[in-house]
Structure formats: structure tokens, C-alpha cells
Ligand binder design. Structure first.
Ligand code: SAH
Length: 362
């Protein structure tokens, strides 16, 4: 039985060094051996824990953000409510529960979930079985003619990246090759002409610097921003990465809550890269959408009222539950934990007032 490493090795022997985006795609989404196809990676027993898994408060507040955004769109009687990469479906479950406060929102929502993993679709179907939902394996085929509200947590960081390193004053693409020691990186001279406008200006960089580009992330944001511009609506993505353009290698593997070698045991561990928000925001702006400054997750959740929710939940809680709520609150908002590394990124068109949670909405 060949492993995914064997398959990648044969591909490299046949075709030469493999681009990092191809490697990431194979490792995460290969139909048989891909990481997201094989296992349920989340939760304390899995490889990593995401915000909706930490506390119900996260999804509930995002649900209220969606209701508020829908009201700012003029409470349309039908709209596409889309989530990208819903994992175990907890964010959507919590969001739909808090949105019950406004039944007209739920009646108007046509729910679309976009999920590449068949395994996770099954988990989502089970958890969300009380709601009518359409699933898609790639960009949603949302009918035109209705507004769109699209959310995603830790979705953009799973989209494949390419890396370029400045060597002797020119960009060279970092690729994966095979040696006697297994899979390793190489940086052969590359033809990056197609990406020249996306790479930082060489005069502002030094030899050895690494620049990262995610073409699928740009294409997805461009597709969605155009959809939102022509149909009205808003998008909200929460993920981790720098607000401003940054150089450096952020390609990483996490297994059982520990960092490990991303080229070892492909398919056996989660691979991600930091999301570079400012180029994505530029893509949304150039499609004609409004986009507030990128905000830290902590301040975003505070503006949405996480403290009031902590107090409300604590009222009927046992001592142990109260401790857990306080710990989850701290984990989501504190600067030392997820409060500033994680960011909220939003763009919209046709809102009567700025989206909640961002600086210029105050
Ligand atoms: N939003 C969830 C899960 C985050 S993990 C949470 O916060 O817990 C990333 C999710 O995106 C997984 O559900 C994964 O299967 C999905 N995914 C990764 N690449 C994808 C792609 N190209 N298209 C659709 N879904 C994808």
C-alpha cells in the first residue's frame, strides 16, 4: 500500500521539484490520504483547537454579527448565508442558535456550506440536521439576485501558498524535492513573471527574505467580493496572520498541539500558513467593496459584547462552568493568546451603516 509520501515522491521524480501549493493541496485534500479526508482534526484530543471549539460565545456573537449585518442590508426576505470550511459545524450551530432571537433572519436565510472534506460534511450533516442546508465542495454556486452573508473561521489559512526567497537579488521559488533524507526544500531559479506584481519590491527586501502568496485565497476573495458588489452583502473572515504585509516563513505543521516538520508524514498533520490580510483587503477594495481596517479578534469580540455574554452565561453556571467561561474568554481575547494574532477581516457592499465590531463602526 503506497503512502501519500510515496505518491508525492514519485510525482517529484517524474516531474521535478513540486511547488509548495501543490504539496499543500495533496497533503490536505488528497481524496484518499489528505489530512482533512482522513480524520477529524479538532478538539482537545485532536491536533488543534479553534475558537468555536473553545467556547459557544464565539459562534453566538458571530451569529449576532450576521443578524445585525442582515438588518443593515434592509432585512432582505431572502439571502444566501454561506460558511466556508465549517469544520465540525459548531460555529454555524451556535450562530443559528443566537440568531433565533430574530426569526425573520432564519426564515430569510438560504444556508450554503462549502466543505472540501467528505468526512467533515458527514459530521456537519449530523450536527446541523434540523436545518435545511445545501453543501458544496468548492466555491458556492450561489444564485445571483440575492444578497450574500459569508463567514469563515480558520478557512483562509488552509488555502495553499507559494513561497519565494530572495537569492542573489532575485526571487527564487521554494519547492519540495526528494533526497536520501526524504522530502526537503530547494530553491531553484524560477520564472515568477506571472506573479511579479504580487511579490514585494526587491529594493525593500534583503537576501534570504521569504515572501508568501496564496493564489487560491486571492481568487476566492476576488470571486466573493465581485459577488457581494453585484448582489450586496458582507463577508467576515477570522484567521491568524499579520494585518500589514510581512515577510517570513509561516508555513507550519501542527500535530497533537505541537509544531512539527511540515515535510514529514504528509497527510498526517495539519498544514497552514499565516493569512496576509492586507493584499486580500486590497482585492476586495478593488472589486468595489467597502472594507474597514483589519481588527484584532480580541477587540472585535469586545465590541460585539463578549463581556456581557460572559456575565450572562456565568449567572446560571456552576463554579467549574464559571471557571471555564472565564478561561475561554481570556483565551479568545487576551493579547498573549488569540486576541491580537487572530484578526477579523470584513468587506461589504450596500450596508446602511458600517459592519459591527470594527473601528469605524464606533
Ligand atoms: N471553521 C472550522 C474549521 C477550520 S479548519 C473551525 O473554526 O473550527 C479548515 C476547514 O476548511 C476544514 O473544515 C477543512 O476541511 C476546510 N477546507 C480546507 N480547504 C478547503 C477548500 N479548499 N475548500 C473548502 N473547504 C476547505
Amino acid at each position: 500500500m503506497p503512502t501519500l509520501e510515496d505518491l508525492i515522491t514519485s510525482e517529484i521524480i517524474a516531474n521535478g521539484p513540486m511547488r509548495l501549493d501543490t504539496y499543500m493541496e495533496r497533503a490536505l485534500l488528497h481524496p484518499e490520504f489528505g489530512y482533512y479526508q482522513k480524520q477529524i482534526p479538532f478538539g482537545s484530543k485532536g491536533d488543534f483547537v479553534t475558537s468555536p471549539e473553545i467556547s459557544q460565545m464565539f459562534g453566538e456573537l458571530i451569529g449576532l454579527w450576521c443578524v445585525d449585518t442582515w438588518a443593515k442590508l434592509g432585512a432582505p426576505s431572502k439571502f444566501a448565508f454561506v460558511e466556508m470550511g465549517p469544520g465540525r459545524g459548531i460555529l454555524m450551530q451556535d450562530a443559528l442558535r443566537s440568531a433565533k432571537l430574530v426569526p425573520e433572519f432564519l426564515e430569510a436565510a438560504e444556508i450554503h456550506l462549502v466543505e472540501a472534506s467528505d468526512q467533515l460534511i458527514k459530521v456537519q450533516q449530523e450536527r446541523l440536521k434540523d436545518h435545511p442546508i445545501q453543501w458544496h465542495s468548492a466555491f458556492p454556486d450561489i444564485p445571483d439576485g440575492m444578497p450574500v452573508i459569508c463567514i469563515g473561521n480558520e478557512f483562509l489559512d488552509a488555502l495553499p501558498i507559494r513561497q519565494f526567497q530572495l537569492v542573489d537579488g532575485g526571487w527564487q521559488e521554494k519547492k519540495v524535492t526528494v533526497t536520501d533524507d526524504g522530502l526537503t526544500f530547494v530553491t531553484p531559479p524560477s520564472d515568477e513573471a506571472d506573479l511579479a506584481d504580487q511579490l514585494p519590491s526587491i529594493s525593500e527586501c534583503s537576501d534570504g527574505d521569504i515572501a508568501e502568496i496564496s493564489t487560491p485565497a486571492r481568487e476566492f476573495i476576488s470571486f466573493l467580493a465581485k459577488k457581494i458588489k453585484s448582489n450586496r452583502g458582507a463577508a467576515l473572515f477570522i484567521d491568524y496572520g499579520p494585518a500589514e504585509n510581512a515577510l517570513g516563513d509561516s508555513f507550519q505543521a501542527v500535530q497533537r498541539h505541537e509544531y512539527s516538520n511540515p515535510l514529514e508524514n504528509p497527510g498526517g498533520k495539519d498544514l497552514t500558513a499565516h493569512v496576509h490580510f492586507s493584499p486580500l483587503r486590497e482585492v476586495a477594495l478593488s472589486a468595489g467593496c467597502a472594507a474597514p481596517a483589519i481588527e484584532g479578534q480580541g477587540r472585535f469580540l469586545e465590541r460585539l459584547g463578549i463581556e456581557a455574554r460572559v456575565m450572562q452565561l456565568s449567572k446560571n453556571a456552576t463554579e467549574k462552568q464559571h471557571k471555564d467561561i472565564v478561561a475561554a474568554h481570556k483565551r479568545l481575547v487576551s493579547e498573549q493568546e488569540m486576541g491580537t494574532l487572530f484578526k477579523a477581516f470584513s468587506f461589504s457592499s450596500g450596508l446602511a451603516a458600517p459592519a459591527a465590531g470594527f473601528g469605524d463602526a464606533e
